[in-house]
Write a protein that binds this ligand. Structure first.
Ligand code: ZN
Length: 148
C-alpha cells in the first residue's frame, strides 16, 4: 500500500518527523506520520493525515522541486546547485573535487538535514553529471549505500 500526495495524486515517500520539524520549524505532535511529495511540479512538500506544508512555508528550498541555482544539494554543508556548477566549470569532476574546491565538505547529517532524510550522494552525482554535460545516471530517490 502506498500513500499518494493529496494535491497531485502521485505516490509519495515516508519521511521522518525530524526532517519535517527541521524544514518547517513548527512543533509537530510526536505521533504524527509524515510523507513527502517528490513530484517536481507539485507545490506540496510534507503532509500527514490532517496537516500539510507547501514549499513556500518551508525554511529551505527543496532540490527536487526547485530548479534554481540557489537550491542546496548537499544540505549538511549548504552547498548549492550553483556552487556545484561553478566548481565543475573550474575543473571539478567528482564529489571530492567539488568539496575541495568549495571548502564545503561537512557530511553525515543527512537523516535530519536532507529534505528526504537521505544521503545527498545520488543527487550530488546527478548535478555534477548535468554540469559536465553528461547524461545523468546518478539521481534516484533510493537510499545510497554510503550512509544508510
Ligand atoms: Zn504532490
Amino acid at each position: 500500500m502506498y500513500i499518494v500526495c493529496p494535491k497531485c495524486g502521485i505516490p509519495s515517500a515516508k519521511v521522518s518527523l525530524e526532517v519535517v520539524k527541521n524544514f518547517t520549524k513548527v512543533e509537530i505532535p510526536e505521533e504524527s506520520d509524515y510523507s513527502v511529495c517528490v513530484n517536481p511540479n507539485c507545490d506540496l512538500a510534507y503532509f500527514s493525515k490532517d496537516k500539510s506544508f507547501r514549499i513556500d512555508k518551508l525554511n529551505e528550498l527543496l532540490f527536487f522541486k526547485d530548479k534554481s541555482d540557489n537550491a542546496p544539494i548537499c544540505y549538511c554543508s549548504n552547498l548549492t546547485r550553483g556552487e556545484i556548477k561553478n566548481a565543475v566549470k573550474n575543473g571539478s569532476k567528482t564529489i571530492d573535487d567539488v568539496q575541495e574546491h568549495t571548502g564545503k565538505n561537512i557530511t553525515g547529517k543527512c537523516k535530519t538535514e536532507n529534505p528526504l532524510g537521505q544521503c545527498c550522494r545520488n543527487s550530488f552525482l546527478y548535478e555534477i553529471e548535468q554540469a559536465l554535460g553528461q547524461q545523468p545516471t546518478g539521481f534516484s530517490f533510493k537510499p545510497c549505500n554510503c550512509c544508510g
